[in-house]
Design a protein around this ligand. Structure first.
Ligand code: PGA
Length: 252
């Protein structure tokens, strides 16, 4: 365990309505009152329709609100149903998840993700870029090469990499109750950090989160991997209790 700032980022996915404010409110209250929370950055990435509402209702904000994706074109334009980064920023989102495997699965390419990163960077978003291999790739020993391709295909050398946090989410671990073996996970996180620093010639190592079936039971084990800078939490972030228990157990 280190004293470095740890991220606990919730990804609500397709979940929530106005009543879900109570979840956000409880997490905010926890963050306000507990010293562990001061060592943590807590972010809830919620559906677009709720961002502005939550932002307005949250008094004395100890947590940040984020979005889960944006359209690849910038500003305003003739794109029916689309939401751009600037619109999300104006609603009050500070963080944005990009490149989630659920979106890649629907055809989102590295090139498209790159455009999204550019537009999010132009709005000074903190970006959480998801990368990770499918189980079949893992079996073929292609984990590192897939991740490298995902990162290098979406980030240019001149991007402001300080605004990009990486989230390693093996596709096979998302919502499956399976997490990688400790040693394997440590190796992937180390690989991402070293390769990124070398490739983008950054002064510091990038922040790398782990995501995939994180819960209050496996968080203790995950906390032993000091290279992990935090967690991207899907299902368990839809309950204030489950989400807070993860933070509590992490620091236990
Ligand atoms: P999960 O989802 O925690 O439900 O596995 C993680 C994610 O998809 O970001």
């Amino acid at each position: 365990m280190t004293n470095k700032l740890k991220y606990f980022i919730g990804n609500w996915k397709m979940f929530g309505d106005f009543n879900s404010f109570k979840i956000i409110s409880k997490i905010n209250q926890y963050a306000k009152e507990h010293k562990n929370a001061k060592k943590s950055k807590i972010v809830l990435c919620v559906p677009n329709i709720l961002i502005g509402f939550f932002r307005k209702r949250l008094k004395r904000k100890s947590i940040s609100i984020g979005a889960q994706n944006c359209y690849h074109e910038e500003g305003y334009g003739p794109f029916t149903g689309a939401i751009s980064a600037v619109m999300l920023k104006k609603m009050g989102a500070e963080y944005i998840i990009l490149g989630h495997s659920e979106n890649r699965e629907e055809g989102e390419t590295a090139k498209l993700i790159k455009k999204k990163i550019v537009s999010a960077l132009n709005q000074k978003f903190n970006i959480i870029l998801c990368v990770g291999e499918k189980f079949i790739d893992k079996k073929k020993g292609k984990t590192f090469s897939i991740i490298k391709k995902q990162i290098n295909g979406s980030i240019e050398k001149n991007f402001n990499t300080n605004k990009i946090i990486l989230a390693y989410e093996p596709v096979w671990s998302i919502g499956s109750k399976k997490i990688p073996k400790t040693k394997e996970l440590m190796n992937v996180i180390r690989f991402i950090k070293n390769d990124f620093k070398k490739n983008f010639k950054t002064k510091n190592f990038p922040k790398v989160l782990y995501g995939g079936s994180v819960n209050k039971n496996n968080i203790k084990l995950l906390s032993t991997i000091s290279e992990i800078d935090g967690f991207l939490i899907g299902g368990a972030s839809q309950s204030s209790k489950k989400f807070i228990d993860i933070i509590k157990n992490y620091y236990k």
